[in-house]
Ligand binder design. Structure first.
Ligand code: ANZ
Length: 832
């Protein structure tokens, strides 16, 4: 990669603070001494252990990008801070290493993905170590290591045993370019990249995540997660309360079951729509309409659900030639087929109410179908179906609805809405409707036609039944293949390795191995559990260790995982919880999404734009502490923000100033640091700094914590005698942020032990409050002036001084009243 132009700025001035030497020294020290090893020490009660987790990276060939150190520095600050606060901290790192790029590289070059993966992991580890993160490297996990995926396969077997894994012929998202199927959750990303995704029926492994829909929804309430992510999960699960209503077919005994969340609009249902794949579509289509219906069905089979349901899309559809009877009005209505109705949701059939549903409205306008208003907004001019330009989907009063006229619908969804309830109760009495709940969430398509993934521990017997591989034979490893290229037939490259595929079942009869592999999400569904006990060969995680460390207290990572990893992991965790293999219903109690770092041009970083910042180059020029500090100083952690190399220079200069505060020209302890008693003013500066930094770390406001450090250094620099009692604690405050420099200065201050477990300074509240207060002076409630006074000055003195200050406003007027709020306000009420 060519050197991005951002780095052509002049070399920083020569310094006495030799970061490359210092950083290397301390990294080696931490490594050799295993400073950050976490042990299950019973001395620490549950509320004194802290599990802080990063979303582990996919070790790509490109190495770390600057987005990685952002989240990782934030968690590292927390980990280091909590250790100093007396917590037993688990802060691990590992690799989510199955994945397409290594496989695609293998297709091109023939190099085994395991080799590429190992090289990439080595590079990632080197880069992370260079940043001085305090991981317990003894707990490193790699999802592609057979010792790890043995347990991914084992957990799959538990899901299978519980009936949560099944094989089914389902319409899948097939991506011809990738030669594999994709989960619904994965489709948007690939479509964005320009890949085609078409629907086709295939036999695939599914996981019954839908069995957990309600709990996945409910338990969001106990999580301290960003509201936006919770909302995305809620929408993805998509719980809808409504009714299934039967419409009978004209001249036939067949019935069509529709799903609606708005039974209150039934009198406005002027036509029905079936999904093109609906089983009845074929049967009810009249001979005359057969050719157009057939053609339409063929065309839609090539489209993805996303394309079909996009609101902005031009509506399409065809009439079947058949009609149904509206059970409420008794009227005859036409039955259409249209691709905006999905076969996989509800019953795959809808009653269309164009006056009150946007998509139905557009469809009716296009095909000139009747639009009938049945909900009238209150207090507004009556809606006219002829002149309406859009559907009225809000609340109102029922009209044109026979004996339901006048019933008001409110904001509530489902049966708490009186209009919906009234209609449903009536239709239920007639035996043509029943209440139901539908979810948007579909079962998780869990197999991929790839080589570089976990093989399924499953065998297909001759008689068509399936046998699971005995646990004692796990891990079931990947064979070496000649070609990593997917066959394109919908089979994985494993299918062409006869020696691997052909096996025997338990009775010794010939049988075939399952040749699909698991999706990349499998390994990341439980890695946070493996960290608790990474080397155990007997169980996936010792229950004692699991209950010691879990749940994760703080999870930091990118917001792009909102409905993929975070939903899948919650699902597996709940299954393990039901199996009594873990003791908490949820894995990640608090979640924080770091903001995206843009290029210097405020655009998304990308190779093609040439605005990618390489952390290696920044570290080489400014050191790890600078990049750590800079990424935390850029702005609030969760905000999107542009990179600015001048900003790195700024924090770099700040670190030099810190160095100069403590050392002389030769790099020895400065003679200005002396064991003298500090003045009360300096005590105040220190205690305010401790308080601000403590509060800011707790609330993840790292940028303002750093501002406070800068204030401190500015205040101390001009002072010729720097009391040790003031400057020494400051190094401990700096340590979580710039640990290398802090360790070095700590040693220069004469300490022989690492500061990693030194107590974080405590503040004395009395020393953190200002001695002087500003009193607001009002006359008749209007701000007229302000007064600086010693805190706690009594009423009579304050009033006296206030009156002098605002004399011109009260002169010659009668004082009616004086309002006094101690240390805050004096309001003089006058007349005339
Ligand atoms: C009549 C109606 C009238 C509807 C109205 C809405 C508004 P949610 O809330 O997302 O669950 N629908 C049902 N099944 C469908 C399918 N397979 N494909 C596409 N649309 C489908 O949405 C439920 C509503 O979406 C249902 O309520 C149905 O349209 C439509 F004023 O029925 B409704």
């Amino acid at each position: 990669m060519s050197e991005p132009k951002n780095f052509e700025s002049p070399k920083p001035e020569p310094v006495r603070y030799n970061f490359s030497q210092i950083e290397k020294k301390w990294q080696e020290f931490w490594d050799e001494n295993k400073t950050f090893r976490a042990m299950e020490d019973p001395k620490f009660p549950k509320d004194k252990r802290y599990y802080v987790l990063d979303m582990f990276p996919y070790p790509s060939g490109a190495g770390l990008h600057v987005g990685h150190p952002e989240g990782y520095t934030a968690t590292d600050i927390l980990a280091r801070y909590k250790r100093m606060k007396g917590f037993n901290v688990l802060h691990p790192m590992g690799w989510d290493a199955f994945g397409l790029p290594a496989e695609q590289y293998a297709v091109k070059t023939g190099v085994h993905p395991a080799i590429t993966t190992k090289d990439n992991i080595d590079n990632f580890r080197r880069q992370l170590k260079m940043l001085g993160f305090s991981y317990d490297w003894d707990r490193e996990v790699d999802t592609t290591n057979p010792k790890y995926f043995k347990w991914t396969q084992w957990i799959f077997l538990q899901l299978h045993k519980k009936g949560l894994a099944y094989i089914a012929e389902v319409p899948v998202n097939w991506c011809p370019e990738l030669g594999t199927v994709l989960a619904n959750e994965e489709v948007p990303e690939q479509v964005e990249k320009g890949f085609t995704v078409i629907r086709k029926p295939m036999r695939q492994w599914m996981l019954k995540i839908t069995a957990y829909a309600d709990r996945l929804l409910e338990d969001l309430n106990i999580l301290d997660w960003p509201e936006s992510i919770k909302e995305m999960q809620r929408n993805w699960i998509g719980k809808s309360e409504g009714a299934e209503i039967f419409f009978s077919l004209k001249n036939s005994d067949e019935k069509i079951k529709v799903f609606t969340t708005r039974p209150d609009t039934i009198f406005g249902a002027t036509y029905l729509v079936l999904a093109p794949e609906h089983l009845l579509a074929d049967r009810i289509t009249t001979d005359k309409q057969k050719p157009v219906v057939e053609k339409y069905r063929r065309e839609t089979s090539l489209k993805s659900d996303m394309e079909r349901t996009e609101l902005a899309k031009e509506k399409s559809g065809v009439w079947t030639g058949a009609c149904a009877i509206n059970p409420a009005s008794g009227e005859e209505i036409p039955i259409w087929i249209a691709d905006y109705v999905l076969v996989s949701y509800g019953t795959g059939a809808i009653m269309a109410v164009p006056a009150h549903d946007t998509r139905d409205f557009e469809f009716a306008r296009k095909f000139d179908l009747e639009i009938r208003v049945v909900i009238q907004p209150e207090g507004e001019a009556p809606l006219d179906s002829k002149t309406m330009t859009e559907a009225h989907s809000h609340i109102g009063v029922m009209v044109n609805s026979k004996n339901f006229n006048g019933i008001k619908s409110n904001e509530e969804k489902g049966f708490k809405n009186p209009a919906i309830l009234a209609v449903v109760e009536s239709l239920e009495k007639q035996g043509v409707a029943s209440r139901t709940i539908h979810y948007k969430l579909r079962d998780w398509l869990f197999s991929r036609q790839r080589y570089w993934g976990e093989p399924f521990p499953l065998i297909h017997r001759q008689d068509g039944t399936i046998e699971t591989v005995d646990e004692k034979y796990l891990p079931l490893t990947l064979p070496t293949v000649e070609s990593y290229k997917p066959a394109g037939t919908g089979e994985s490259p494993l299918a062409s390795i006869a020696e691997w595929v052909n096996t025997a079942d338990q009775s010794g009869k010939p049988a075939l191995r399952e040749t699909n592999t698991m999706p990349q999400w499998a390994g990341s569904c439980w890695y946070y559990l493996r960290y608790c006990d990474p080397h155990n060969d007997a169980v996936f995680c010792d229950p004692k260790k699991e209950s010691y460390w879990m749940p994760v207290d703080m999870y930091v990572g990118g917001g792009e995982h909102a409905v993929l990893h975070l939903l899948y992991a919650r699902f597996w965790h709940k299954v393990l919880f039901d199996l009594k293999l873990v003791n908490t219903p949820e894995p990640f109690m608090k979640l924080v999404n770091q903001g995206i770092i843009l290029g210097e041009d405020s655009q998304k970083m990308s190779k093609s734009r040439g605005n990618v910042v390489n952390p290696d180059q920044i570290i080489e020029k400014y050191g790890a502490d600078s990049i750590r500090l800079y990424e935390m100083f850029m702005g609030p952690l969760t905000q999107t923000k542009p990179w600015n190399t001048n900003g790195v220079e700024g924090v770099y200069r700040f670190l030099q100033r810190v160095w100069r505060l403590y050392t002389d020209e030769q790099g020895n302890l400065s003679g200005k640091i002396q064991d003298v008693d500090p003045s009360i003013e300096l005590m105040r500066v220190l205690h305010k700094t401790i308080r601000k930094i403590t509060d800011d770390i707790e609330s993840l406001s790292f940028n303002t914590a750093i501002s406070q450090m800068m204030i401190f250094v500015n205040e101390l620099t001009p002072i010729e005698i720097r009391p040790r009692k003031i400057v020494e604690p400051f190094i401990l405050l700096l340590a979580p942020f710039a640990p290398h420099l802090a360790e070095e200065i700590w040693a220069i201050l004469g300490h022989t032990k690492s500061l990693a477990y030194q107590a974080f300074p405590e503040y004395d509240t009395a020393l953190t409050v200002d001695d002087e207060v500003t009193i607001v002076l009002q006359v008749n409630g209007k701000l007229r002036d302000k007064l600086q006074l010693k805190k706690g000055t009594d009423k009579s003195i304050t009033e006296q001084m206030a009156k002098e200050k605002v004399a011109s406003w009260i002169q010659g007027k009668e004082i009616l009243k004086v309002v006094f709020v101690p240390d805050k306000l004096v309001n003089i009420v006058v007349k005339g």
